[in-house]
Design a protein around this ligand. Sequence first.
Ligand code: B12
Ligand code: SF4
Length: 530
Amino acid sequence: MRILLYNPDNGVTRNFMPHLWMFLLEALTPSDHEVLLIDGNAQPMDEAGIARYVREQNIGLVGIGAMTRMIAKAYRMADAVRAAGVPVVMGGPHVTEMPDEALGRDGGTRHADAVALGEADETWPKIVEDAVHGKLKDVYAPVDEFGQEKKPTLQPYPSIPWNTINLDQFNLVPKPAYRWLKKLGGGWGTFRVIPVESGRGCPYGCEFCTVTGFFGDSIRFRTNESVVKELLLLKARARSEGGQIAVFFIDDNFAINVKRTKSLLRDIIAANAQVFWVAQISANLLRDEELLDLIAAAGGRWIFIGMESIDPTNLAGVNKGFNKPGEYAAVLERLAQRNVFAITSFIFGMDNDTPGVAERTLQQIRTWPAGLPIFGLLTPLPGTPLYTRLKDAGRLTRPKHWQEFIPFTMAHTPLKMTIPEAHAEVLDGWNRSYSPEAIAQAVQSLDHKPLGYRINILVARLFFRGIYFPQMGPWAWLKVISQNRRTIFKLVREGLGVRHDAPLRSPDSLKSQGETSQLPQLLRHEVRHR
Ligand code: B12
Ligand code: SF4
């Protein structure tokens, strides 16, 4: 049977990274079936397109996975596939919380023939087998022989064949630059960010988060050996095709067990399996200096920190009192000393927020080392304690907000500001953090660091800007480049101390920390130190 795994686009931004679930399920599919992957963020497709595709490719089963924010599109695509006579199974966080919606048991349209609840690592082969025999059940739940919920151990973990998977749709080097960069040599013909998980689960139970409910509070890890093997495979692939691969460790809290994280990082270093990587770690776990040294030495370059708010009352209100705003600055300084930078994520519209929250937050951010601040609104995702609390209090203004997804628009009224005021705060946060002046300032604040770091923060800021301000397509990009031309020219001028005969170098060949480049450093030349 030919199986299509499809992840819809979010309609707002292009994802910089493919979705792990697709590769994982592909690796777990019995070998007598052929699996095709389409990520709508990289390969846009509409309803007519997917119906045509499943007919032309003779697809026997379509698996669709989606977060809440893409679920309306997922349902439309599922409807088109089913109308073409091909069965659809849906999985992922949204349908796990709302299976009746997908199955049409809530009085609405049925979108899926079957729904896979929770982690599908063990149910997927059974789903495929049932589909082959035309006997799909409505619901597949990960349970043991006694009907008790059963979480996959991650030991063993399937090996994803990164050396053979077709990753063409996930190359971040724009096509026009591709041939030029490839010719130039030095390993920048392709650049991909690849998701890798080293463990699952987070016991912290923040009120707005799906993770604790979905993965359970039992934390499970892969063996160090299996993670290291995967990194080596990715590294070998990048080298063999003259490109670069960076890894996003998608664990919700990569250092949730500090002892184990240190041991993994030591093994990565010992095996020379370093690639540049990003990971999500909560601020309270970044106090340990040895952990930070190991992160830097093992290839860690960006750490995503869910700071959420600088107001302890807000944090306590969403069960995230373990975040201590008083220590944010010290945490970021410690990272920056090791040339590791932070993506700091904030949520506005919390119950204690009042107008002016963006400016108050920015005042703090300006005192921190340059990083990548991002701003969102408190969103009641289905299945979270936040959803239940707001629903019980009658505060949901759009109880099924996912049916009509509107980016950066709240689905409930905050207590101390209005919905438009909350949105205005988010706009203010993005505007003031990603204006050409703010970008120039961030770059300038790294003047004491080698050129590579400044190029890194510039490129990262230009990309991150796109999370809020749509910049799809060449014209949008030209506009952004033109607005930031002063900062770009400044760095180019500095780079003219560059040896033009020197090829672009890969991170592998960089020796000292000071010279180690970071993620999107496509423009890097060898700098002649004067
Ligand atoms: C990586 C990640 C991202 C990436 C993007 C996704 C990507 N390219 O991988 C980035 C960083 C961009 C991102 C952004 C956002 N994310 Co995010 N993200 C994650 C994260 C940390 C890991 C996802 C992952 O790969 N997990 C590991 C795989 C193995 O698990 P899985 O995807 O759930 O798949 C398993 C099952 O669900 C199931 N399954 C999944 N799909 C399918 C399909 C079929 C057919 C079947 C049978 C089974 C199946 O089988 C898999 C194996 O067991 C999750 C949290 C988490 N730990 O999952 C949050 C998570 C998915 N994100 C979340 C959110 C809310 C967001 C944002 C909306 C945040 C924001 N406010 O901006 C944005 C929106 C992104 C967008 N583009 O629209 C929520 C989603 C909740 C929900 N109900 O939708 C999660 C769960 C985190 C949370 N705090 O609650 N995210
Ligand atoms: S620490 Fe992060 S992953 Fe864990 S519950 Fe809180 S928001 Fe979710």
